[in-house]
Design a protein. Structure first.
Length: 184
């Protein structure tokens, strides 16, 4: 499996690489990705679940039991259920978000796609997403999966990270450049 050294160098990347290898060997990549998507959505939707995952106060065995019990509610496959249990037992549940992101990148690369992180001041509508994907596809030369994020501090425009490229077309950056130019 070809993955970048950057992904494999991080703790989350090593866990994601191991999970992906297991999912690939068991021909369960899609179900594992769906399970991690469900966990990712739960982290966004439930403040309590996000606090549980981030809390260093919960004992490892208790966290493993809880995550395993929640697996059915999230619709997790057996591989992902076992994985989150092991993650909790190893005291690494706080890495879950990073592992999800790393595994999505590995899976996208495996499918011949690339992932673009897109930060906007407001959520994009479907037409904007489609237009942005088309533009990034022509730039990258392959299909692009968007990882959207909203940050009102950029004021408007967008910031895109596509591989090692960073495209900053935010209003905030433009205003900062203008202010620096006016200072002389």
């Amino acid at each position: 499996m070809e993955t970048s050294g950057g992904i494999q160098a991080s703790l989350a990347g090593r866990y994601a690489t191991a999970l992906f290898a297991l999912a690939r060997d068991e021909r369960q990549i899609d179900s594992v990705v769906r399970g991690l998507d469900a966990l990712d959505q739960a982290l966004l939707d439930s403040r309590e679940f996000a606090e549980f995952v981030e809390s260093p106060l919960i004992r490892r065995d208790e966290a493993a039991r809880t995550l395993t019990a929640l697996a059915a509610e999230f619709g997790l496959d057996p591989i992902t259920t076992n994985f989150v249990g092991v993650l909790a037992k190893n005291g690494r549940k706080r890495e879950l978000r990073k592992i999800i992101r790393a595994l999505k990148r590995i899976a996208a690369e495996h499918r011949g796609e690339t992932v673009a992180e897109v930060v906007t001041a407001r959520p994009l509508n479907d037409d904007q997403v489609a237009a942005l994907k088309a533009q990034l596809r022509s730039r990258a030369g392959r299909d692009v999966i968007l990882e959207p994020a909203v940050d009102p501090n950029i004021l408007g425009g967008l910031v895109v990270k596509l591989g090692s490229q960073r495209i900053d077309a935010s209003i905030r950056t433009k205003l900062n450049r203008l202010a620096a130019a006016m200072k002389g």
